[in-house]
Design a protein around this ligand. Structure first.
Ligand code: APR
Ligand code: ZN
Length: 257
């Protein structure tokens, strides 16, 4: 690895080895190496699909089929497995360095990799709700529809407006999750962003909250973001390669301290 990258990894390792309350904040980029497409950047999903049509609450109410076709496209990949970046973060939690993971992703790969405290700012596909009669469902209730890649229909009122509990554009974030994530960001002494373009609010506010409360800031992303200037260390690269390197070095330091 080039000298400059080694230097940056060393800085990140020093910050993490001293951290008592580190928080990791992730976006779609951390799941890219698990085969799940990101939204922005070169071949991002928003280049192919109109988010207003397939990922907004107004679009969903107008035409749920467009949302489901987009989701089935994604779901074909979302049986994905965690990659080394997810496992590295779970390892940092086991070592008592990372206290919480705040993710914008709905793929549940952090939990699959062993992370315990995960704030899912944009929800997940575990639960679904009928927007017409309010009936709550588990994902298993519709496994037949989902396996056939057919839009689910409410078993109670017949409505086609059955929506997974993911946050679409135009919807509020789950309040309890957001407040918890804000609290974790305020308390963090180290805040690591992995694989996010930091352009979607209110999620993108959290690094600024951590920074203004004195956290040491580390960014690991494939390309520059609008927020790079607030970070103490900015490492451009693939999370699946960089994160395990950082964790191995932290473990080495901890062993000898
Ligand atoms: N390793 C690290 N970073 C990566 C990798 C990788 N292997 N692959 C891509 N990236 C970076 C990209 O360069 C990009 O900056 O990850 C970032 C992903 O940014 P987005 O696609 O904008 O995803 P995200 O920041 O999570 O989007 C936030 O927008 O569309 C909504 O609700 C959706 O939760 C999503 C939110
Ligand atoms: Zn219903």
């Amino acid at each position: 690895m080039p000298e400059e990258l080694n230097e940056k990894i060393k800085l990140a390792v020093e910050i993490l080895a001293k951290a008592k309350n580190a928080v990791v904040f992730t976006g779609a980029g951390i799941s890219a190496e698990s085969g799940i497409p990101t939204f922005r950047g070169e071949d991002g999903l928003w280049k192919k699909y109109d988010p207003e049509e397939v990922a907004s609450i107004h679009g969903f109410r107008r035409n749920p089929r467009a949302f489901w076709e987009f989701s089935f496209e994604l779901m074909k990949k979302t049986s994905a497995e965690p990659n080394p970046a997810h496992y590295a973060i779970a390892e940092l939690e086991k070592m008592g360095i990372v206290k919480a993971v705040i993710t914008q992703n709905i793929d549940m790969l952090h939990q699959k990799a062993g992370s315990k405290k995960v704030y899912e700012l944009h929800g997940s596909t575990e639960k679904l709700d009928c927007l017409d009669c309010g009936k709550e469902y588990d994902r298993e209730d519709f496994i037949d529809f989902l396996q056939k890649m057919e839009p689910p229909q409410c078993k109670f009122c017949g409505s086609m407006l059955v929506k997974p509990r993911v946050v679409l554009f135009g919807e509020p974030l789950p309040t309890k999750v957001l407040y918890g994530a804000i609290e974790e960001s305020r308390r963090a002494d180290a805040f690591i962003v992995v694989g996010s373009s930091l352009v979607v609010y209110p999620a993108a506010e959290l690094p600024y909250i951590a920074k203004s409360n004195g956290a040491k800031m580390i960014m690991v992303n494939y390309e520059p973001t609008v927020a790079d200037h607030i970070f103490d260390v900015v490492i451009y690269g693939k999370a699946g390669q960089i994160l395990p390197r950082i964790v191995e070095e932290v473990k080495r330091i901890k062993r000898f301290s």
